[in-house]
Write a protein that binds this ligand. Sequence first.
Ligand code: F6R
Length: 354
Amino acid sequence: MSQAQLDNPGTYLPNDTMQMFRAAWELPAQCAAAWRIGRDAPVPPAKPYRNIVVTGLGGSAIGGDLLRVFTAGRLEIPVIVNRDYRLPRFVDDATLVFAVSYSGNTEETLSAYDDARGRGAAVVALTTGGRLGEQARRDMVPLITIPAGIAPRAATGYLFLPTLAVLERLGFLDGMDAEVDGLVRHLEILRGRYGPDAPAERNPAKQLAQNLYERLPVIWGVTGTTEVAAQRWKGQINENAKAPAYWSAFPELNHNEIVGFEQPAGVLRGVWLVVLRDPEDHPRVNLRVEITRSFVGTAAGMSEFIASGPTRLARLYSLIYLGDYTSLYLAVLYGTDPGPVRVIDRLKAELGAR
Ligand code: F6R
């Protein structure tokens, strides 16, 4: 697939067997629907929870990171994301646990669900069904059922916004209707800029995919704001384009990673850096980004994007949306069907058989 063909969606959309482009285009409507689902969902008892844990993996865990980053400046209790079979020791009957699995069959999440129940935590299950859905029904645990039929990583709206709605309904947050409204309206604008019909000459997602092609993407976010987008970009490039990518975040990367740009020259020539920033980043972090440029001149190139949007939620998602589209165009350039993730499916099948 040549770069010019990114402007001919008719040549690649028919090969997108799981309709990943369509799911990306429909993200604004998904977010609106996900919010409604969350507002109508069953909620656990309102009580003075001391902490919140979101347990899940991959596409089902990133919503937990969105919740963690989005609520960090608003909640008086911590949100922790758990990507493992077991929950941390502090989880007890004062913990609210969201067990999130799109398929409902991810073994780590099923195990963590049992762990949460065993420790007396209040659990909410968020899934399309599967064994998690069955188990939650059997245990009479609040169950939020979301629509099936798309790849988990294409379902971030469904996998994140209902958790936000539950927290608002429990009294932890307010003003979320306006946040979600701003998000949906902004995504509708952005898809016109990033979608397949926007020509490469003014489409940042297509341009960036061209820069990342045959290179190693290294995505840098900022702790507390764009770190979640950086992590998401990495996962989306891996799963959609079937290509390697790495991420880290300021200011931590200033204390180690920047030293690693002296050699080997052959590797560094293939690295393309992407810096993701937010207008609310700490002024000292902004200074760090400026200074850091001088240490990484050996990389092939660098792109920088600043989150946009009328609300904090819209800003968080604006960069995620750009990364989602970039990873889809990168898949097109590599001639790869973005949807199937056969390696993950095979691993799960092999684990399931033992
Ligand atoms: C596949 C994907 C994966 C899954 C992960 C967990 O699109 O994004 O990262 O999300 O393997 O599976 P679920 O989400 O079904 O619990």
